[in-house]
Structures are given as structure tokens and as C-alpha cells.
Design a protein around this ligand. Sequence first.
Ligand SMILES: [Zn+2]
Length: 136
Amino acid sequence: MSAFCSEYWEKKVGNFLNNPSLAVKNDVQDHIRTCLICRQSLDEMMGMRRLLKNLPDTEPGEEFEHNLNRRIQFIRRDRNRPMYRYFEYFNILFTVLIGSMIVLLFFLFSQILENIEKKKLEEERSAPKQEMILPD
Ligand SMILES: [Zn+2]
């Protein structure tokens, strides 16, 4: 793992590796003369670069290309489905549908409650009033 003495120098060394301009190079060289941490990290990264550069170039196999093309075709086919093409409209429609269902449910629920209340009231009214019997 490479470590640097500060984020500033980490960025600077990264810059130097990716795009070695003379000014940056001088800065980095001046710094690593006195900073062991950054010098070790730079060595490590340069070593890794050399290692990667020495790897032989390989082409992906035929099977890889075949599979990749198949997946691309699948994705293209999926994208052409109406669900994907009109996704935003489906989304809006879905939201409106769910919203109206919730409102409808609340409405039905309140109606049911109201009916129960009415029935109770009617029963109370139709029930013969019990006269209070006072003890002698
Ligand atoms: Zn440093």
C-alpha cells in the first residue's frame, strides 16, 4: 500500500506519474529528497507501473466477445420494451394509481364507519324506551 505524508503530495505525485511536466517533476524530486514516506510510495508506484508495462498484451478470447455481444443485444432488446421506453409515464401512472387507491380506501373506510354509527343511532331510536321503575 502506498502512503504519502499528506494529501497534497499524494495528488502531486499522482500528477507527476500521469503527466510528468518539468515543474511538477522538480517539485516532486525536491520533496522526495527529504520525505522518506513519499519516496517509498513513489518507488512502489513506479515499480508497479514497470511491472504492468512488462505484461504481454492479450486480446480477449472469442467467447468473451460473443458473450459481450449477446449481453449488449439483450440490453438493447430490453430498452426497446415499452416499459423502458415510457418509463417516466409508467412511473407517473403508477403513482397516480396508487395515490387514488389510497384515497379510495380512506373514503370507503370512512363510509363504513359512518354506516356503523348510523345503524347504532337507529337502533337506539327504534328500541323501546325503558321506563324507569322507581322502587316504592
Ligand atoms: Zn512527503
